[in-house]
Design a binder for this molecule. Structure first.
Ligand SMILES: *Cc1c(COP(=O)(O)O)cnc(C)c1O
Length: 362
């Protein structure tokens, strides 16, 4: 068996330890005589799995008691609609456009009410986070929406926007659990788990309790009403059982690694190795303004499309997978999530240096 260094943006690398544990438990989960895949979500055994996952997540993120944790299906993309359905009392909200996922959420909100563009970095291909210190937020807005880490463009809000007292909603899909967050600064934090937490199939949403009500937009499906899910502790219908089980294992792995402070330090160390090289390289360069750089997704280019393609091909042959940039932006992107070992980043930079010495004419 040979494992590659997988730089995929998502679904993405998972801790090897977690995969091995899951393999060990595949046929017989803790003496139950069955796999978690085969188990009733109403069983006592499964109830322990989901409750423990929630408790570990609460501990890791230090989630205040007045926030609910929901495990949902539909991906982050379905949540784009759930936000306006559950929060647009005045049918008006502000969106900060920092990339494709923010734009998609913005477009979706327009189906339900007035979505206002508060700021955008579209003028420079979303290569920076706009100044959000004095946004044109009006009193009648129900919330302010951000995509906190922009998976495709490799930018991250290092400071939250001044929402002028309005509720902040954040899509954290690609930076979930990568560093500590102050949950109380948000009304809603949510993300698809397939980037930095677990396998595809689940969205985790952390929602302030007062936002979970029957007062939703007319026509909101039962399943998409947060109250339905909250009242049933995410077991209104069959949840993505196996995905939640793996997420639970990842939470335990993160606790063992020292929690989110330790992950932040490690992620900073990993990202620095790559960014430092990009800053000194004569061949490769990062595409993002330094002050907006993501710790998780690192896009870079050579400036020559043919050379980019050659790099991606040769990297793959050398065991570095999924380095091709998003189909809409080209170039390369290395996603270096929690589970990417530091050795993977070091090996990648070593490979890039060799490629540079062979391909760069000074
Ligand atoms: C991948 C991604 C999405 C879309 O997730 P799905 O679960 O596929 O709908 C949304 N937002 C961000 C920031 C992402 O990285």
């Amino acid at each position: 068996m040979k494992r590659v260094y997988n730089f995929s943006a998502g679904p993405a690398v998972l801790p090897e330890e977690v995969l091995k544990e899951a393999a060990d438990e595949m046929l017989d989960y803790k003496g139950s005589g069955m796999s978690v895949m085969e188990m009733s979500h109403r069983s006592k055994v499964y109830d322990n799995i989901i409750k423990e996952a929630e408790a570990d997540l609460r501990e890791l993120m230090n989630i205040p008691d007045n926030y609910k944790v929901l495990f949902l299906q539909g991906g982050a993309s379905q949540f784009f609609a759930e936000v306006p359905m559950n929060m647009m009392k005045n049918k008006k909200a502000g969106y900060i456009l920092t990339g494709q996922w923010a734009k998609k959420a913005f477009q979706e909100a327009k189906i339900y009410g007035e979505a206002v563009e508060l700021a955008s970095s579209a003028d420079k291909t979303f290569s920076y986070i706009p100044d959000c210190s004095d946004l044109p937020i009006t009193d009648d807005m129900d919330y302010v929406y951000i995509c906190e880490n922009n998976t495709i463009y490799g930018t991250k809000f290092h400071e939250l926007p001044d929402t002028k007292g309005k509720d902040l909603v954040a899509d954290v899909s690609s930076c979930f659990l990568s560093e500590p967050v102050d949950v109380s600064k948000y009304a809603v934090i949510y993300g698809g788990v397939q980037k930095n937490v677990g396998p595809a199939g689940c969205v985790i949403a952390i929602i302030r309790e007062d936002l979970i009500t029957d007062d939703v937009l007319p026509g909101t499906p039962t399943m998409l009403k947060w109250k339905t899910q909250a009242d049933a502790d995410s077991l209104y219908n069959t949840p993505p059982c196996y995905t939640i089980y793996i997420c639970g294992k990842v939470f335990k792995w993160l606790k063992k690694m020292g929690g989110l402070e330790a992950m932040k330090a490690l992620n900073e160390k990993k990202a620095k190795i790559l960014y430092d090289y990009l800053d000194e390289s004569k061949l490769f360069k990062g595409t993002v303004e330094k002050s907006s750089r993501s710790l998780m997704n690192v896009p870079f280019v050579t400036g020559n499309e043919e050379l980019d393609a050659k790099f991606v091909k040769e990297a793959k042959e050398a065991g570095f997978e999924n380095l091709k940039g998003h189909r809409t932006v080209g170039g390369m992107r290395a996603s270096i999530y929690n589970a990417m070992p530091i050795e993977g980043v070091e090996a990648l930079v070593k490979f890039m240096k060799e490629f540079e010495s062979k391909n760069h004419q000074a």
